[in-house]
Structure formats: C-alpha cells, structure tokens
Design a binder for this molecule. Structure first.
Ligand SMILES: *Cc1c(COP(=O)(O)O)cnc(C)c1O
Length: 398
C-alpha cells in the first residue's frame, strides 16, 4: 500500500487527512465510507505536499543576502497557492514581521492569522475603502495623488502607508516627476508615509539595461525624499546586487521554491511544492494507435501508456499537453496527447515496474515549478498560483 499513499519529501509523517494505521482495528462508525486510511490519493486523485520548513529556510536564505535589511514575505494570491493561513503564521513564527498581499480582502484574511504583523496592500486604496484599512490596521501602498489625498484625509498622520513610485513598469504608482515634486510637501506626513517603494521590470534578467535605469531613478527618489525607509527588490531583485536591496526585501516567488536566478544553473532556493498522482490504469498500444481527445498523439511504435488521476481541472495546465513530463520510479515520462479535465496519459514504456497504484510525480524530485512552467509555455508563478483545491493538501514541517 505504501506506494499508493502520498509521498513524503523528508520521511516525516504527513499531516494529512489520514487516520494512520488501521491495524489497531478501531471499527469504522456505522455508515462511514470505508476508504483505506493510507490511501488519500485513491480517494481524491492527486496529492499536493507543501514543505513549510523549506519556505522558512528560503526566507532565511533571502534575508541572509542582505544582512542590514529586513526581509518581508509576499503572500498575495493565497501565498502563491500554498495557503496563506498556514504559510504566513509559519513565517511570522520564524521572525518575519512584514507581509504584502494584493487586495484588501487578502489583507483582512492575513490580519486574521497575523495579529501583530505589518500587512501592506500592494494594489492600493480602492475608492472609499480607507476606513476598512484603518479598522484592520492594514497599510495601503498608495499609487496616485488621489489615493494619497484620500488616505491623508483619514489618517492625518495616525495611520501608516507606503508610497509606490513607478520607475518603469507603467502599471501602478506615481510617476517619478510627480514623486520628486512631493519633496518637502506636508502631505507625506499627513498620509503617514513610512515606506518608499518601486517594482522592478526585469529583475530576473540582470543584463537588461532597464535594471540600472530603475536602480538609478530609485536612488534619486530616496535623495529627494530623505528619511523614508525604502523597498525595491522582489525575489530576483535580491540577487541584483546591493544597490537594489535598500531597507526592505519583498520576495514572493523564491519563498515558494521558484528560481530567482534563472540565468544561473543552480536554483539557490529549496523546493517547496510536490504534486503526486496515482496511476489508474496501464495499457499497451500498437504503432499507429492514438491517445486522448482529438487523437493528438499517435504511437510511433508499440508503447505502454499509464493514465494518471489528475487533469487541468486540478490546476495542471492543459497547455503542457504533448510537452510536460512526470517522474515514475525516477524516470521522466512524457505526457501524451491532450490533457483531459481529470486525466493525464503518460508514456511509461521505459518503466517496466509501473503498475496500477504506482505514484507519478508531476512536481518534485528535481522536476521543479520552473520546468513545469516552461513545458506549459508559461512561468512557474502561474503554475503555483493555479494549484487547485481538488488535491489532498498536506503540509510538512512548520
Ligand atoms: C508580486 C510582487 C512582489 C513579489 O515578486 P516575486 O517576483 O514573486 O518575488 C514584489 N513586489 C510587488 C509590487 C509585487 O507585485
């Protein structure tokens, strides 16, 4: 049965729905479903395992890059799909004091599990929302004169805020000349500005000239608006050198195991997420046979196929059809044909031991989220944030 249960990254017991060993023969209550306690994968399809110790280790690793600075954690989008309510308290226990989310609602959810932390709302102040920010002690990242004025009218210096300046993204934030013009303006104090912030356009590509332009523009802003702590670096920005780091690091992706330095071969972060799914059936096909909807794969020779209990409705991207891979007994097996809503077909010809119940690894054991993103024609960020709620979710560590 061992191979049917969710795999564990570290050998520790999993904190999943499993009741543990049934050999003690506690009778099931009458009418309950007799699902073998060791096989949540059989009951639910795929297993998603999130390593909280790895998230904490990654946060420490990022903080160590900038010893004089504070390291925050970006936990927007449900902590990049990993579960805000579990991830954020684990980071707070490790010493993380500042968190960033995108929306007011995410901030309210973060406040519920982070009673003391600083919680910043990246998408700023929606019209009329200032009282809700104050009620939940949330810190808006103000990105326009309208937002500044609205917040200042409520705060009068009592409630803090961050000021977002756009140094190249053309997305959110005051334009650089608008921000420079605020030098000496009492509006900054009335709005409780305690953090000056900007966001990098291409930090994962250190050779892009836009990095140096943004770093320079941000340094000039700090000179014009002295005495305000500052934050520029996302995950990849942490690795762009001291001039990009400033007072507060703002990593997201790298906390969850994403590679912040894709231009190097080694990912400095520990993997966090693993995704396993059991093989439901094995079949042999002849040369010329096809597999899946619309017959988008045709066997070039006799092959052995395995069908996995996971599909695009679980959050595994359909765009990885005929391109992605899964590991079976350590062997990389190609995904064949179109990914279905609930099923994926693998070529397991090179894994003679594969059989019904054998687990396949879609993320993990060196098959990382960056590689899955690449196979799907997207980025690892989208793989993480698309992770569904259909899996058995387990957390290890923490
Ligand atoms: C999402 C986000 C981050 C985190 O970026 P990563 O690349 O995931 O580290 C930091 N700052 C802002 C403004 C963001 O929107």
């Amino acid at each position: 049965m061992g191979e049917i249960a969710c795999r564990e990254p570290s050998g520790s017991r999993m904190t999943s729905h499993s009741n543990g060993d049934t050999s003690g023969a506690t009778p099931l209550p009458a009418g309950s479903l007799a699902i073998p306690s060791q096989s949540p994968a059989v009951a639910h399809g795929a297993c998603l395992t999130i390593d909280l110790d790895a998230i904490v280790a990654n946060w420490r690793r990022l903080a160590a890059e900038a010893p004089g600075a504070e390291c925050s954690a970006v936990v927007k989008a449900d902590a990049y799909g990993c579960g805000l309510a579990v991830v954020a308290p684990a980071l707070a226990r490790a010493g993380c004091g500042s968190f960033f989310v995108a929306h007011l609602e995410e901030g309210i959810a973060a406040r519920a599990c982070l009673p003391e932390s600083d919680i910043y709302i990246l998408n700023g102040l929606a019209p009329g929302s200032a009282p809700a920010f104050a009620e939940h002690r949330l810190i808006p990242v103000l990105g326009s004169h309208e937002e500044l004025a609205e917040w200042a009218a409520l705060s009068e210096g009592q409630w803090p805020a961050a000021l977002h300046v756009d140094t190249g993204m053309n997305r959110l934030g005051l334009r650089v000349p608008e921000a420079l013009a605020l030098a000496g303006d009492p509006l900054l104090a009335r709005a409780g500005i305690r953090l000056l912030m900007s966001h990098l356009v291409s930090a994962e590509k250190p050779d892009e000239p836009v990095n140096a332009r943004q770093i320079e523009a941000f340094a000039a802003l700090r000179q014009a608006l002295p005495g305000i702590p500052a934050s520029l670096a996302n995950s990849s920005g942490v690795f762009l050198g001291a001039a990009a780091r400033h007072d507060l690091l703002r990593p997201g992706y790298a906390l969850y195991g994403g590679n912040p330095t894709p231009y190097r071969t080694e990912n400095p972060m520990r993997p966090v997420v693993r995704l396993d799914s059991p093989i439901l059936q094995i079949r042999d096909v002849e040369a010329g046979d096809t597999a899946g909807y619309n017959a988008r794969w045709q066997a070039p020779s006799p092959r052995r196929l395995a069908t996995l209990s996971i599909g695009y409705a679980d959050g595994y991207p359909r765009s990885a059809s005929n391109a992605g891979r899964a590991l079976v007994e350590g062997v990389a097996c190609p995904i064949l044909g179109l990914i279905s809503m609930d099923l994926i077909i693998l070529d397991v010809t090179n894994v003679p031991g594969a059989r019904r119940g054998t687990m396949a690894t879609l993320i993990g054991d060196g098959l990382d989220i960056d590689a899955v993103g690449q196979a799907a024609g997207t980025i690892g960020y989208e793989i993480l944030t698309g992770l569904g709620s259909r899996y058995v979710r387990s957390y290890t560590g923490g």
